[in-house]
Write a protein of this length. Structure first.
Length: 166
């Protein structure tokens, strides 16, 4: 059975689709929830210049505007338009630095990877490198490429029921 949750922010808004929970994403390519906190992380493929990672603490994405198409990353994309209360991404990477299509991953809770515990891992389809950062509201820290072999065409990450990341 298909139904719209009572708490959906656009359920009763005239002219809006009741199914929408958040908006302003261009091409979300893999989103995940932190299995410990419930925080939401979204890899969002850019249009022509910037790839981005969006982040929302548990319960704060309700009705959120992530800024597309007024903003691409933190750069204005569409002059003259507005994006009320837009949330900027916590991570951006430019096409000029070799990024082309970001692939969202997971906040690591894998017991076999204690050195990455609590860090978000993600990559890029073209670059073939895996990166990790610690995320918080409005920012990321320690965003670095991991010392792993290059992987061709990263299109997805996986996580099993025990929290192992693939």
């Amino acid at each position: 059975a298909y139904s719209i949750p009572r708490g959906n922010p656009f359920r009763t808004r005239s002219g809006a689709r009741a199914e929408i929970y958040a908006y302003g994403l261009r091409n979300p390519w893999r989103f995940s929830f932190d299995r410990s906190t419930g925080d939401l992380v979204i890899g969002d493929v850019g249009q022509s210049e910037v790839e981005e990672i969006d982040f929302a603490r548990r319960g704060t994405a309700r009705g959120a505007n992530f800024g597309w198409r007024v903003w691409e990353g933190r750069s204005r994309y569409t002059p003259g338009e507005s994006a009320p209360k837009a949330r900027f991404p916590v991570i951006t990477h430019s096409h000029s630095a070799g990024w082309c299509s970001i692939t969202g991953g997971y906040i690591v809770r894998d017991p076999a990877l204690p050195q990455l515990r609590g860090r978000y891992v993600y990559g890029d389809y073209c670059g073939g490198r895996v990166w990790a950062a610690t995320l918080s509201s409005g920012r990321a820290t320690g965003d670095k490429q991991l010392n792993l072999s290059q992987v061709g065409s990263i299109s997805s990450f996986g996580q099993d029921s025990a929290g192992h990341v693939y």
